[in-house]
Design a protein around this ligand. Structure first.
Ligand SMILES: Nc1ncnc2c1ncn2[C@@H]1O[C@H](COP(=O)(O)OP(=O)(O)OP(=O)(O)O)[C@@H](O)[C@H]1O
Length: 328
């Protein structure tokens, strides 16, 4: 957290969201049930921070983001963004925040990107000079030049995503909420989007809250990560710490010259060969350990052709962490 701004730019104090759900239990009969989607969550995000907000499906991430934008009103607790109570002053807040939902677009489907941007220019009453400057910058950095006159429905997913990110930034928001911004993108598009977000945060000091299932997004962008499960905050700290808490493993995929018995490294007891398929072997090792000495040892003792490191699946990290928290 920013020491000069201990109160935080985004502040949640014991925030709750309870949904009333009606479930049919028979003919003309239904049962009312309450779903506690967000359960007494407290955290602070300082201005300029870039924080990952992760958790399994149904954990309460989208509900939190919807409360932060003012779409949903909390059932309890206190929530402020830039000093504003989002659900009470949603329009005032809208001028200061940007939102990108990876699964949905905020752009007009049948309009070329350029026209969607013009509409936003008017909707947000962005001063002309500022609009032009922001648009130019986004077009250049997100490589949108050739796409401005293409209707949104004809864009690929990666192109559309870049278009959406630009749309969220035309009014210079101080905070950006990103919900799965790299979902379904190929490696090149992912890296373009990540690079852009990193620069935006560094150059403009934009505060970013990022929801993703891709651990690489977090690794490359966020020093801090918060994990939510069943509406509760399970972890708030550095990504490396999450690996330790979750006791997660990375996998080294090794291609040898020929099929050999499972690799055994006497000097590295924490490494296990988990699968052998012809000349290819999979070795699991603790995610908190560096892969470099392991790779050097294998290269010295075995006829190595190729190798790659696979990061732990974020869902698996969270699942393990949750198991250890509940002692299951
Ligand atoms: N409008 C609603 N009415 C009733 N229940 C809801 C509503 N919105 C969300 N929920 C429930 O609240 C819980 C949290 O949902 P939420 O969408 O916030 O999870 P999430 O972490 O964003 O999940 P995902 O990764 O699948 O998007 C779930 O049990 C969900 O079914």
């Amino acid at each position: 957290m920013d020491a000069e701004n201990p109160s935080g730019f985004i502040e949640l104090d014991q925030v709750e969201k309870v949904f009333d759900v009606r479930r049919k239990t028979g003919f003309m009969r239904s049962e009312r049930r309450q779903v506690r989607a967000v359960d007494s969550i407290s955290f602070r995000v300082a201005r300029g921070e870039m924080v990952g907000y992760i958790g399994p499906n149904g954990a309460g991430k989208s509900t939190t983001i919807k409360m932060l934008t003012g779409i949903l009103t909390p059932s309890g607790g206190r929530l402020r963004v830039a000093g504003i109570d989002p659900s009470r002053e949603r329009t005032r807040l809208a001028h200061r925040i940007g939102v990108v939902f990876g699964q949905r677009t905020t752009l007009w489907w049948d309009l070329p990107l350029r026209d969607s941007y013009r509409l936003m220019h008017r909707m947000y009453r962005i001063p002309d000079a500022r609009y032009r400057e922001n648009l130019e910058r986004c077009v250049e950095l997100l490589d949108l030049g050739e796409l401005l006159d293409v209707p949104v429905r004809q864009l690929s997913l990666g192109q559309r995503m870049r278009g959406d990110i630009a749309a969220a930034l035309l009014h210079d928001p101080e905070v950006l909420y990103l919900d799965e911004p790299t979902i379904g993108l190929d490696v090149v598009s992912k890296s373009k989007v990540r690079g852009f977000l990193r620069d935006l945060n560094a150059e403009r000091g934009t505060t970013v809250l990022l929801t993703t299932h891709d651990l690489t997004d977090i690794e490359q962008l966020c020093k801090r990560v918060m994990v939510i499960d069943h509406g509760r905050l399970m972890y708030d700290g550095a990504l490396a710490g999450l690996h330790e808490v979750g006791e997660s493993e990375r996998t080294l995929v090794v291609d040898l010259e020929r099929q050999l018995p499972p690799i055994r490294l006497e000097s590295a007891p924490s490494v296990r060969t988990v699968k052998v398929e012809g000349p290819r072997q999979w070795l699991a090792f603790p995610a908190s350990e560096s892969a470099a000495p392991l790779v050097a040892r294998i290269a010295a003792d075995y006829p190595l052709v190729d190798l790659s490191v696979r990061e732990p699946d974020i869902e698996a990290v969270i699942a393990k962490m949750y198991e250890s928290a509940t002692g299951m």
